[in-house]
Design a protein. Structure first.
Length: 323
């Protein structure tokens, strides 16, 4: 297309920003560059971080508990949250310093390290879309599960393709639309699609867990919109929700008080979420709020310390809580 100044422009179709780029111009996420023929993805296989971890660290508490995950991350993000814990990676706009790994090499490493899952994390997986699809397919070829940590700020057709190849998703819910616009620099001219993306992933039978970042001025009201997502069964939801105390401190943020985190967790539990977990607080109260209790029989079926996870097999009513 050409604009009113007769400049050649190409539109990116990955996320709601729909960046319109001139040749040599880089998109907001930093992974896509225009040339005279269109937009090319420069980040394929460029990995900034890789680690073998307990899957609970992602956090996934109800998906393959007690197993190991190979976490991999590229660079770049289509949001710019001022409370992001990995800004040095997510706001990196070039592949310098990254090492190249093919999807096959990553899967080979996962098998060699005894990992049952590969998870794309650290930066936003959506902006690595083409690589994500290839990596997921390679995982499934070798019997490895594929998971992502994502902001779900993505267009419909791209999301559907991602859901088709992804076993588990941890989706960030950052609050009301004004939080996305003011704190995350989303495109204010377009609606925030996150609630729809969560609903669609649940209806597609993907395993879904939700993470809520809590920073200094977070309040319960920021997360009321989450209660209107059509995921409830008889007024209750078994979708795990992780309430994370953000530890980043800079000129825009100070650490949230523990009570703010507990209040938001309690607000969600009292409004129908059966499984709400608290992170980055190490009191006895917080430890208890990292345990999994069967909502039917009341038996504690899992306990979690920062470096120890204990899963009990089954519960009195034989309810299947973990996937």
């Amino acid at each position: 297309m050409k604009d009113k100044q007769d400049r050649l422009l190409f539109e990116c179709k990955i996320c709601p920003r729909r960046c319109k780029l001139e040749p040599k111009q880089v998109g907001f996420c930093g992974t896509r560059v225009a040339d005279n023929d269109g937009i090319r993805f420069e980040g394929y296989g460029r990995i900034s971080n890789m680690a073998v971890e307990p899957i609970e660290k992602k956090p996934f508490f109800h998906f393959k508990p007690g197993t190991k995950v190979l976490s991999v991350g590229g660079y770049g993000c289509n949001l710019d949250c001022d409370f992001c814990n990995t800004r040095e990676i997510s706001q990196k706009h070039d592949p310098d310093g990254c090492k190249y790994f093919s999807p096959s090499a990553i899967v080979h490493l996962a098998v060699a390290k005894g990992c049952s899952t590969v998870c794309m994390d650290y930066s936003e997986p959506i902006v690595f879309y083409e690589f994500l699809i290839d990596l997921a397919n390679k995982c499934h070829d070798r019997g490895i599960f594929f998971a992502i940590n994502t902001n779900a700020y993505v267009n419909d057709n791209i999301w559907e393709n991602i859901l088709d190849v992804t076993d588990a998703l941890n989706i960030d819910w950052k609050g009301k639309s004004c939080v996305y616009h003011n704190r995350c620099k989303s495109d204010q001219s377009r609606p925030i699609p996150i609630s729809n993306r969560i609903e669609r992933s649940i209806k597609n039978n993907n395993h879904v867990e939700i993470s809520i970042p809590v920073y200094r001025d977070s309040v319960e009201d920021d997360f009321k919109d989450l209660l209107f997502i059509d995921i409830f069964n008889n007024g209750k939801s078994d979708i795990p929700v992780h309430v994370l105390k953000i530890l980043l401190v800079d000129e825009n943020n100070s650490i949230a008080k523990d009570n703010a985190v507990f209040n938001i967790a309690q607000f969600l539990k009292s409004n129908g979420f059966n499984f709400v977990y608290v992170h980055n607080i190490y009191s006895e109260k917080a430890k208890n709020m990292r345990s999994t209790t069967c909502p039917n029989c009341g038996l504690v079926v899992a306990t979690r310390d920062p470096f120890k996870f204990e899963i009990r097999e089954g519960c009195k009513c034989n309810q299947s809580i973990f996937k």
